[in-house]
Write a protein that binds this ligand. Structure first.
Ligand code: RUQ
Ligand code: CUA
Ligand code: CA
Length: 656
């Protein structure tokens, strides 16, 4: 078996010697060993026989019951790379990746780092028919914008544990927040956040449950932003928003001083905290870097809810969202000065601390939640006293992850490193004890933004894996033209030292990801659609109102210039071999996949009409368009579903 045919063998090429970060992660000698061992190991792997069967007849799943924990142990025993997951075996973690400028979410398996699925959210997608089908347009809204800029995917939690209900993600480009269902991995709600601009930081309430989804409006704008105060930046403002994760309504907003970057929630359900890098209220780079300290603003959730309940709020313009005033001096907020233009903010999984990452300062600031309690209780005055340590960690600290064993891992953008440091030792050193809190610095390639540890944003932080989401890949991959992929690197943090395990090229620009152990999701994910699923319930109800059972009827209903075409799909036939409409008709085609068999997805494409969508087993999907071109237009199935897939087609006859 050659290297080319074995996709699990990493490229053993030694990276060029001259690199800005000094020593290269990834030992070439080790890589060579891995390569040879892997080839031998694969030949003997039990999974190979299954994989060699190729695609089985639909419905018969050649799945293996072996756990990936066993797989990992097995690969270690054979000298295989740690991220090697044999054919037919499953990864241990779901990686939920932001799709960045693509506007989507991506599902990866870890440790293999294999991409499993893409979930269109803010972006039209012709595979799924996102932005094509009526079902997706109901979620995207009328006149939906062309895409989104996603940064922060986060899963719902209950008492600090993932509960596998939803994932939320921001769209900075159009000031929106979306919700994705974890049972079918489809976006089901998108909310426009009013009164603010550019939703960036996003986190979920951890306790008692999500609950709120916290979202930062990053940039300050006039309020309302209707043309007034255009060039009077002193009058600009932004707000912190709490969205009800169940209803997807904006529950309340808090006006703040400065801008808002990243946000985080505590483990007790009492606070959220956001970084601000533009306390100066500047509109130019130079202005935004003037102050030595900006701040973290802490939101007291109970007090804000109380203020809203008492009617102590205003509304702005046509929005009905209660807006409370949380600027300096408000009893609702606490402003903790932090050096300098801080960026990421990350709560430790023991529930005790939250760390703000200094970016332009080589420090991280450790804030103790209990001190925040004390400050709000009036036990001390100076908010800086909530900072229990401010360790120096390196240049350009952006985000911090945790292993659940008291260690923190901070990305250093400028140094192109991950620094591992110990929280207790940092606090002890701050108190004057002679102790080295720094544990290790690992070169990454290159310029890391977020990092994320397995389960690290929950009480179940397990300290096994860390991904470093690097913005630059430079020389690490085959060239792809001037636009390079990002490089998401997998790091083993289970031992005393971090070990780089794999490079993972990814399309721009994931920003952030979460790693969720599969035990939180396996029994929640559906393999076929429930025929009563709310995702297409409105479409099914419309059919019913016309006397149509979408699961059995194949018919054309004309209502004046509106034509409704209903058909089933069951491999390898559509329920209608043809249908006839007139030029100028508004046509709605509704297709229902009545194949009850897992993995038999059909597609429905009308040639030269811009219509395509997928219909997975059990699903109903529809699209509406104007039949503006007379002639014969074949519709055909776009998913290779059957030996007679090519023949799965019919004709739309458009009369002149
Ligand atoms: S924050 S730039 Cu996640 Cu580093 Cu968006
Ligand atoms: Cu149905 Cu191809
Ligand atoms: Ca600043």
């Amino acid at each position: 078996m050659s290297d080319e045919t074995n996709h699990n063998v990493r490229d053993p090429t030694t990276p060029p010697a001259a690199t800005p970060a000094g020593e290269q992660p990834g030992n070439p000698a080790r890589r060579k060993f891995i390569r040879e061992a892997a080839v031998v190991g694969v030949a003997g792997a039990a999974g190979l026989a299954l994989a060699a069967c190729g695609k089985q007849e639909a419905g018969k799943v050649a799945g293996s019951a072996a756990t990936s924990a066993a797989a990992t142990t097995a690969s270690a025993a054979k000298g295989l790379p740690e991220d090697y997951v044999p054919p037919g075996q499953l990864d241990e973690y779901f990686g939920i990746w932001s799709g960045g400028q693509s506007g989507e979410i991506r599902l990866l398996g870890l440790p293999s780092m294999r991409e499993l699925m893409r979930v269109p959210v803010f972006n039209p997608d012709f595979t799924i028919g996102w932005g094509v089908t009526n079902e997706s347009k109901r979620i995207l809204g009328p006149n939906f914008p062309p895409g989104g800029d996603c940064h922060h995917p986060h899963m719902t939690q209950t008492d600090g544990h993932y509960d596998g209900r939803y994932v939320f993600i921001n769209d900075k480009a159009h000031t929106r927040v979306a919700r994705i269902r974890c049972d079918v991995w489809r976006c089901d709600r998108i909310v426009d956040v009013p009164n603010v601009q550019a939703i960036h930081g996003l986190r979920v309430q951890r306790a008692p449950r999500t609950g709120y989804v916290f979202a930062n409006g990053e940039d300050q704008v006039p309020s309302p932003n209707d043309g007034r105060d255009l060039d009077d930046p002193k009058k600009y403002q932004t707000m912190f928003s709490a969205i009800d994760g169940d209803t997807m309504n904006v529950a309340w907003q808090v006006i703040v001083d400065g801008n808002l970057d990243n946000t985080e929630a505590d483990y007790a359900g009492k606070y959220a905290a956001s970084t601000c890098y533009n306390s100066e209220g500047g509109v130019t780079l130079a202005e935004m870097m003037q102050a030595e300290r900006d701040w973290v603003v802490v939101f007291n959730i109970a007090r804000i809810e109380e203020a809203v309940k008492k009617g102590d709020f205003k509304t702005i313009g046509s929005s009905k969202v209660p807006v409370v005033d949380g600027r300096h001096g408000s009893p609702l907020t606490m402003y903790i000065p932090i050096p300098k233009n801080p960026h990421g903010i990350n709560a430790s999984p023991d529930g005790k601390y939250v760390v703000a990452n200094g970016k332009l300062s080589p420090t991280v600031s450790i804030i103790e939640w209990a001190k925040i309690d004390d400050w709000f209780d009036g036990k001390f005055k100076d908010p800086r006293d909530a900072v229990v340590a401010e360790p120096e960690v390196g240049l350009g600290p952006l985000h911090t992850a945790y292993d659940g064993r008291g260690n923190a891992y901070t990305t250093l953008f400028i140094d192109s490193q991950i620094v591992k440091w110990n929280i207790a030792d940092a606090i002890a050193a701050h108190g004057g004890k002679k102790v080295n809190y720094l544990r290790q610095k690992l070169d990454v390639a290159y310029q890391p933004g977020h990092n994320h540890s397995s389960m690290g944003e929950t009480r179940d932080a397990d300290g096994k894996w860390l991904v470093s989401l690097n913005k630059f890949s430079k020389d690490r991959f085959l060239p792809t033209g001037p636009l390079h992929p990002d490089n998401d690197q997998l790091i083993d943090i289970s031992g005393d030292t971090m070990k780089l395990v794999a490079d993972g090229p990814v399309y721009a620009e994931p920003h952030d990801a979460v790693l969720v152990h599969k035990r939180f999701l396996m029994d929640k994910i559906k393999k076929v659609w429930d025929v009563n699923d709310p995702f297409f319930a409105e479409t099914v109800a419309l059919a019913k109102s016309q006397g149509v059972n979408v699961r059995s009827d194949n018919k054309v209903i004309r209502q004046g210039k509106k034509v409704f075409v209903y058909m089933t799909s069951a491999a390898p036939v559509f329920g209608l071999t043809d249908f006839k409409v007139k030029k100028g008709d508004e046509v709605t085609v509704t297709v229902t996949n009545i194949d009850p068999i897992e993995d038999v997805t059909h597609g429905f494409c009308i040639t030269n009409y811009g219509i395509n969508f997928e219909i997975s087993p059990g699903a109903t999907a529809s699209a509406t368009f104007t039949a503006d071109k007379p002639g014969v237009y074949w519709y055909y199935c776009t998913f290779f579903c059957h030996a007679l897939h090519m023949e799965m087609k019919g004709r739309m006859l458009v009369e002149a």
